[in-house]
Design a binder for this molecule. Structure first.
Ligand code: 7TS
Length: 408
């Protein structure tokens, strides 16, 4: 896999920013889109655009075929057993909220437990807080080791027969750790709980097989994996989705409507009220084609090698703090440079054309656990290479010079 060659397929990455070639290292927030995805979306609008599932006319059939074809593509990509298990959503956040509002509100009662970790993104935290408030369920947290990893003994000790839902991120957007989802799922199932996986940071980077993980629900976003914004997926096991009530009601999701009562379509459409994100689904399918042509294993390997290189190079900068484990991490590195505020770090880097993120990364409880208010983060994707890491290191050395007094 040649990252420099791949980069040529991303028009946005060809520009200069502040007089420097753009070094885009904010991929955990959103990835850039290759020409193949941009073309698929514009081709859809130029050739097939219509509403789905209702038009008898030719464009209506083309749009429906494109939309339902995208669902098949997604099902194959994550190893789902059936397209009925693939619900298109706006993204990970909407998918997790759907499980919380539909499944968990029904399944949880007073004193039942929902198990999370302190590293969760707000999108996999607040929906469960809301369920707890509404049902009287209690939130319990699997503790973290000092390097941010999870020990199976602690998972065993936290999940009990009162646990109804376990919801954990596969990959942390701050620590870069890969959580032992398969093992956690096995423990959750032993206690009769369902396992929800926040796959926002895993699906773009690792080969995912939901049946091998055996998780009950799995959520991810298209925009972090070369697809458009506004499209995401909730995978759910069919027998659970069948039991669940929709949370959005209206057009597209109904079967029969009376003045005083209505019935719903079958899976997956009962969860897709309103005109769906058709062009988004088409773009996501094109993104999956693009990723699989390169190969998820090759992408994973490339990013792990790059992360190790970045970890080594950044470690040599005096005064830098790197968060998360030293090995077994995905391609993102979260750091602070002495007492310099991460927003200042990001501003100096931006002047050099280097895009990194600074802030709490939607993980305020994890920031408290790390005893910081914010961090900077460089996150890589398939088009990044060692030259980008070198540019980052040079930029950080400049930042250090600029704020020399603040670095001990
Ligand atoms: N879960 C994780 C682990 C995430 O990293 C994100 C987004 C989400 C959920 C929410 O995804 P959305 O597509 O529904 O917004 N993470 C980040 C980030 O790290 N920086 O910006 C967005």
């Amino acid at each position: 896999m040649n990252a420099r060659e791949l980069r040529e397929q991303f028009p946005i990455l060809q520009q200069q920013v502040n007089g420097h070639p753009l070094v885009y290292l904010d991929n955990a927030a959103t990835s850039q889109k290759p020409r193949a995805v941009l073309d698929a979306v514009s081709r859809y609008y130029e050739f097939s655009n219509s509403n789905v599932h209702r038009g008898v006319h030719t464009l209506g059939s083309r749009a429906t075929d494109a939309y339902e074809g995208a669902r098949e593509r997604v099902a194959r990509f994550i190893g789902a057993g059936s397209t009925q298990e693939i619900i298109f959503t706006r993204g990970t956040t909407t998918a997790l909220n759907l499980v919380a509002a539909s499944y968990a509100r029904e399944a949880c009662g007073e004193g039942d437990e929902i198990v999370l970790t302190p590293m969760e993104h707000h999108s996999n935290l607040i929906p469960w807080q809301q369920v707890a408030k509404a049902t009287g369920a209690v939130l319990r947290y699997i503790p973290l080791q000092s390097d941010g990893t999870i020990r199976i003994e602690d998972v065993e000790a936290t999940i009990t027969d009162r646990t109804k839902v376990v919801s954990v991120m596969y990959v942390s957007n701050v620590l870069g750790v890969i959580n032992p989802i398969k093992e956690i799922t096995e423990i959750a199932h032993r206690h009769g709980a369902v396992m929800v996986v926040d796959g926002a940071q895993s699906t773009p980077h690792l080969k995912v097989d939901v049946r091998e993980l055996d998780c009950d629900f799995y959520a991810f976003s298209g925009h972090k994996m070369c697809g458009p914004t506004g499209i995401g997926v909730l995978y759910g096991k069919k027998h659970l989705l069948e039991r669940m009530e929709p949370v959005e009601f209206g057009g597209e999701m109904i079967d029969h409507v009376d003045l005083y009562d209505s019935t719903w379509k079958e899976l997956p459409w009962k969860f897709e009220g309103g005109t769906p994100i058709i062009a988004g689904a088409v773009g996501l399918a094109a993104a999956i084609d693009f990723l699989e042509e390169i190969g998820m294993d090759a992408i994973d390997q490339h990013e792990k090698t790059l992360a190790a290189y970045a970890f080594d190079r950044l470690s040599t900068i005096e005064g830098i703090s790197l968060y998360g484990p030293t090995s077994g991490r995905v391609g993102l590195i979260t750091f602070n440079l002495g007492d310099v505020h991460p927003h200042d770090v990001a501003t100096v880097l931006d002047a050099e054309g280097i895009a990194v993120r600074a802030g709490h990364h939607c993980c305020q409880p994890l920031m408290r656990w790390l005893e910081v208010t914010a961090t900077a983060r460089a996150s890589f994707y398939l088009y990044n290479d060692e030259a980008d890491v070198d540019a980052l290191v040079d930029g950080l050395l400049k930042t250090k010079e600029f704020f020399g007094h603040a670095i001990g």
